[in-house]
Design a protein around this ligand. Structure first.
Ligand code: PMT
Length: 426
């Protein structure tokens, strides 16, 4: 089912909201309200420490439901609440998630209501960590988060900024709107994609920035975080595709469900892509590949001098153009274009010059678009289609979903005979 914007509508709306003990606990109220506004029924549970930051009564008043804080409390209307609670939820959202609850989830410890709910639930899980920067960066937390990612938990990374404790750095709870966006998207994926509409597709995606060394300590690179490519990978895997990512340097969370190969330079990325390409049915180039590299990499660190210094550069291989040039029957080739002026025109030129099926233009001048942010403003330009599809600001996950919708449409239009082969079970 779709709405007037062409996006899929959500039909599944039972959300369990877990609140843990951090200063950001009060922001869970906004998460609750926004989920309700989107039509979700939200039931709240709180850890004992969360109740020291905000009273359960606040959540009870807004949710209209009993707030569970303790499985064994006599006032709890349900004798096996964590089972009932977890099994009636279509999604578990934990915001804020402390280092402590992350560690417990990662290790299967179930010593209170929320952690028992986590273990007893088969619903998808989103956690939005919030904590002091040192705790966020501690190897134990990093390790626990990696484990949760591998378990399929979606992590909405904290923002950087001034913390309640006076320090500055990453650790502040992500914007509640972003948490709600992600929650609705996950509900949408799990609620309205029973079709597995990308089953049989083998999607090869480049993501992140390449890095071209100047000397042992310096390099040329860019600000790509990998978020856009990883969002496409995550969504495609959730829709049944087999996904391989060739990633350069990235700072975003690695998505669950995809195979990840690493490459540092444009040349390494090219080699990896060309090796993987044979089995692919779709290629999507989201990576920000360096266009130039130094002709010579200095073996020793280049010494600082007081006169001007000239670095001679040469073009790197154009991976996207080579993929399109050597494409096999049935391969769809999708490029990205990061532009600051005449966005659609420049993107269309790339589509023609590189012989692509579609190009996704990012307007880098638009607020919330482009590099190293959770959102994007994209225009989808399809070969032979005079009218580009300009989309408003949306999360990269949502943008990914729209791009994949276009790919399914392109598949049916460009290679109808291949469609039946692709969707035939192996
Ligand atoms: O990673 P994020 O922080 O989420 O940011 C996402 C993004 C802005 C990097 C992404 O959405 C994006 O626009 N990627 C392409 C950026 C870019 O380098 O654009 P371009 O116009 O220079 O390249 C056009 C296309 O050719 C791209 O698909 C690129 O992957 C590809 N290319 C470019 C040069 C090269 N040597 N080889 C290539 O394959």
């Amino acid at each position: 089912m779709t709405n007037e914007d062409g996006a899929r509508e959500i039909t599944t709306k039972q959300v369990a909201l877990g609140v843990t003990g951090g200063i950001a606990a009060y922001k869970a109220v906004e998460v609750l309200r926004e989920l309700q506004k989107a039509g979700c029924r939200v039931r709240v549970c709180m850890t004992a420490r969360a109740c020291e930051f905000i009273r359960p009564l606040t959540f009870r008043a807004i949710s209209g439901d009993h707030v569970v804080t303790d499985d064994y409390a006599p006032e709890n209307p349900d004798p096996i609440a964590h089972i009932t609670f977890s099994q009636s939820a279509d999604l578990l959202v934990v915001a804020p998630a402390t280092a402590n609850v992350i560690a417990k989830f990662a290790n299967g410890i179930a010593d209170d209501f929320l952690t028992s709910t986590y273990l007893a639930s088969t619903a998808p899980v989103i956690i939005a960590p919030a904590m002091n920067t040192t705790m966020w960066q501690h190897p134990a937390t990093v390790r626990n988060l990696e484990r949760l990612r591998a378990d399929g938990v979606r992590i909405i990374e904290p923002e950087a900024g001034i913390m309640a404790c006076g320090t500055t750095g990453p650790g502040r709870l992500a914007d509640p709107q972003l948490i709600v966006h992600a929650a609705l998207e996950l509900l949408e994926q799990h609620g309205s994609n029973p079709l597995n509409d990308l089953a049989g597709e083998r999607i090869l995606i480049t993501a992140g920035a390449t890095r071209e060394e100047i000397d042992p300590v310096r390099f040329l690179s860019n600000r790509s975080s990998g978020r856009m490519g990883f969002a496409i990978a995550e969504q495609a895997a959730a829709r049944g595709a087999e996904v391989t990512i060739v990633a350069g340097v990235t700072s975003a969370s690695i998505p669950a469900g995809a195979r990840l190969l690493r490459a540092t330079t444009a040349e390494e990325m090219r080699a990896s892509v060309m090796r993987e390409l044979r089995g692919a049915t779709v290629f999507i180039g989201t990576a920000a590949v360096a266009d130039y590299r130094p002709v010579n990499r200095a073996a020793e660190k280049i010494k600082k001098r007081d006169e001007q210094f000239t670095l001679t550069l040469e073009p790197t291989p154009d991976i996207l153009a080579e993929v399109a040039r050597t494409r096999h029957e049935g391969l769809l080739v999708i490029g990205f274009a990061a532009e600051t002026t005449d966005v659609v025109q420049h993107a269309r030129e790339k589509l023609e010059r590189k012989n692509l099926d579609a190009v996704i233009a990012n307007d880098l001048t638009a607020d919330g678009a482009g590099f190293d942010v959770e959102t994007n403003v994209i225009t989808i330009i399809r070969r032979g289609d005079a009218t580009p599809l300009a989309l408003p600001l949306m999360s990269k996950l949502k943008a990914a979903s729209r791009i994949l919708d276009e790919i399914t449409a392109l598949r049916a239009k460009r290679f109808p005979s291949v469609t039946s082969e692709i969707s035939r079970p192996a």
